[in-house]
Design a protein around this ligand. Structure first.
Ligand code: ZN
Length: 230
C-alpha cells in the first residue's frame, strides 16, 4: 500500500471498525495518514441508561488508537434521521474533510445497506468526491465497505446486494481490529448476531478465501481514476 492520505466515512461510531478497521490499520502501518469522519454519534437506537455521547467518543478514540488512525472528526447529524436533514447538509462535513485532508483513497458505506443513514452517507460521499469538483479531484479510489448487521440485512435483490470486487489482506492487522472492536465492546452482540466476533471473523475468513488471501476485508470499487504518469 502507498502512503497517500486515506479517509473513512462512517455514519455511526463502530461502522469504521466493523467494515474497514483492518484495512485502515494496514494503511496506517504503511505510513499513511488515516482520518475517520463519523457523521453521527449513533445514539437514537440506544436504550435509556446506555452510554451517551462522551462515552461513544471515548470508544471511537480508543478504537482509532488501536488502529493507528491519525484523527477522528465528528459531524453532528441526527442519528437514524439523516433523511430529515437537507442532503446538502450531509455533504458539507464530508466535503470539508476531503478539502482539508486531500485523500487519494476514500472508504464509505454500501449504497444498498438496510440502514437509511448508511445509504445517505454513501450518496453524500459520492457527491463530495465527484471528480469534476475541485474538492473531489484528489480522490483516486472510492470504495464501499460492508457493515455486519446492516449490509447482509438488506433485501436479497440485485440492487441491494453487496458484491465485493476488491479484497484487502488484514492478516497482519487482525489483532488491531479485534482490539478496536473491544473498544466498542458494548456494541457487540452474542452469536448468531452478525455483530458478534464469531461472525466478523467468519466473514473475514470467507472474504480472504474469495480474494485469494488469508483474512480479508472486502469492498466494492465505486470509482477509480488512473493517471499512468503518477
Ligand atoms: Zn451504522
Amino acid at each position: 500500500m502507498n502512503r497517500a492520505p486515506v479517509l473513512c466515512v462512517a455514519a455511526h461510531p463502530d461502522d469504521e471498525v466493523l467494515g474497514v478497521g483492518g484495512t485502515l490499520a494496514a494503511h496506517a502501518q504503511a505510513g499513511a495518514r488515516v482520518v475517520v469522519l463519523i457523521l453521527s454519534e449513533g445514539e437514537a437506537e440506544k436504550l435509556p441508561g446506555t452510554p451517551k455521547s462522551d462515552d461513544r467518543r471515548g470508544c471511537a478514540e480508543a478504537a482509532a488508537a488501536a488502529l493507528g488512525v491519525s484523527e477522528v472528526v465528528y459531524a453532528d447529524l441526527p442519528d437514524q434521521r439523516f433523511d430529515a436533514v437537507p442532503f446538502i447538509e450531509v455533504i458539507k462535513p464530508i466535503e470539508a474533510v476531503v478539502q482539508r485532508v486531500r485523500p487519494e483513497i476514500v472508504y464509505t458505506h454500501h449504497r444498498g445497506d438496510a440502514n437509511t443513514d448508511h445509504q445517505i452517507a454513501f450518496k453524500a460521499t459520492y457527491a463530495a468526491c465527484r471528480p469534476i469538483s475541485s474538492v473531489g479531484r484528489s480522490v483516486r479510489r472510492l470504495l464501499s465497505y460492508e457493515a455486519p448487521s446492516t449490509t447482509e440485512q438488506a433485501p436479497g435483490f440485485p440492487e441491494y446486494v453487496f458484491v465485493p470486487n476488491v479484497f484487502v489482506d488484514i492478516t497482519a492487522t487482525w489483532d488491531a481490529k479485534v482490539q478496536a472492536l473491544d473498544a466498542y465492546a458494548s456494541e457487540l452482540i452474542a452469536w448468531p448476531h452478525p455483530r458478534s466476533l464469531r461472525y466478523i471473523e467468519a466473514l473475514a475468513t470467507v472474504r480472504g478465501g474469495q480474494g485469494g488471501l488469508r483474512i480479508a476485508e472486502a469492498f466494492t470499487l465505486v470509482r477509480e481514476s488512473i493517471d499512468p504518469a503518477n
